[in-house]
Design a protein around this ligand. Sequence first.
Ligand SMILES: Nc1ncnc2c1ncn2[C@@H]1O[C@H](COP(=O)(O)OP(=O)(O)OP(=O)(O)O)[C@@H](O)[C@H]1O
Length: 364
Amino acid sequence: MRLKKLNIVNFKNIAEAEVVFCAGFNCFIGNNGVGKTNILDAIYQLSMCKSYFNLPDSQNIRHGEPFFVLQGKYEQKGEELDIYCGVKRGQKKIFKKNQKVYTKLSEHIGLLPLVMISPEDVTLIEGGSEERRRLIDHIICQCDRTYLHALIRYNRALSQRNALLKASAGRELDREALEIWDEQLIECGQEVQQKRLDFLEDFKEVFREYYELISAGKEKVSLHYCSSVKEGDLKKALKEAFERDRLLTYTTVGIHRDDISLEIEGYPVKKIGSQGQKKTFLIALKLAQYVWLYRMNRLKPMLLLDDIFDKLDAERVEQIIRIVGGDIFGQIFITDTNREHIDEMLRTQGKEYTLFRVEGGTLF
Ligand SMILES: Nc1ncnc2c1ncn2[C@@H]1O[C@H](COP(=O)(O)OP(=O)(O)OP(=O)(O)O)[C@@H](O)[C@H]1O
């Protein structure tokens, strides 16, 4: 799969652009704040129907303009695909595939697989457990529909249980209703947890392989599933936590509190990792995610690397370029501030590459 051409009108600081991409590395070079990330975000929108930065659509319209339009021409399995995304202030976003409007945006997600790595993703390492759960839930959901359904049912039961606990604060509790929600939590929770554990068994090996490749085997890393549910017995855990849950009026145990512990040399990377090690962790996690998407779709996702070289030493940067220059990776989009640096690195690897200079929202 490949994005051949991108047209942008009024997207963030880009008034107008038409860019033709090569099948290998496409690099956007320029100073801070010129619009390099905005181009990646435009590509992200066309795949995922929303901004990578979770901004409301209206904030992505160029200041003072009434609309933005993004159009991408893709080649996938020998076919051409035209994707259109248009947003007018105060109106619903319009998304089209080959001139046909989607009634549901969810029908589009997954068609153009993509993995983006951005400095914002450091929350995966430094943020709360929900960030890491979101990543693995997102990957498993894409490969396993039954997982998605179990997760939805679990979350529904959880919010009903919490509402019940809240409503009965200082009053008598409807124990029958609580039992109904507990049963659903136990059934779906155990399914979700088992699938997360099975997934992580394979995923952590791929992750470790990439980490070791990038760091040239200098550091030993691991991922572990940490559960708030002792011995995986949610029924027992809910019973034991009952008085506490009643007092706090929310559910304090369950798979919604589980976490993935990210460790370097046996210690939490969040606490002891250097900035470069955290970045390496993040990149290895995302490259492992890429491998999962690739295995599932048999399509090489697009890889978007936003400013990923900052804080990494030259060896690691070169190693990353070598890895993503390999056969398993397809089309790549990179932003960087230093032209010579990237030009030199790309010249020594096999894939074709194109450099674009970005200045004040204009591409040259
Ligand atoms: N809706 C908007 N309308 C006009 N300009 C916008 C809008 N949203 C963001 N911008 C501008 O886009 C610029 C940021 O662009 P971007 O994040 O792509 O920079 P960058 O080239 O990636 O920089 P860095 O190297 O610092 O990451 C800022 O100057 C910001 O003011």
